[in-house]
Each structure stands twice: as structure tokens, then as C-alpha cells.
Write a protein that binds this ligand. Sequence first.
Ligand SMILES: [Zn+2]
Length: 68
Amino acid sequence: MGHVCPDHYCPECEEEVVNEPPTDDLTPYAAHGLTAPTWAHLDGTPLCPVVGPNSYQPAQPKRRRRRR
Ligand SMILES: [Zn+2]
């Protein structure tokens, strides 16, 4: 299990994320012209796909806003 980043979350499903590449991910990112993600859900899957400039790609995590 990687390092959980409570300040970040998947913008699609709002799950917490870890700052390490997915371990349960067979997508050939290079073949799609994408860079491999560096974030994963807690279960090792890549973040939920979103529409990117070329195709679907894993979402980038969002940083939680801190309430003041
Ligand atoms: Zn997600």
C-alpha cells in the first residue's frame, strides 16, 4: 500500500488516492501517447478516466480545499 495523500482525491469518484503508480493497470499508456499516471486509488487502480486531449486518460487528482 502506498502513501495515502489525504489532501488529494479523485475528482470523479472522490476516493482518496495514493501518490504512486497504479498496480492494477494494464493500459499501454505509451501506445496511446500518454504518460503513465503517478496516482492511484487506494485499491491500486488508476484514477477514474476523463476525456483528455487524445482519448480517455486517468484523471489528475484534485487537492482538497481546506475550510477556514
Ligand atoms: Zn476515481
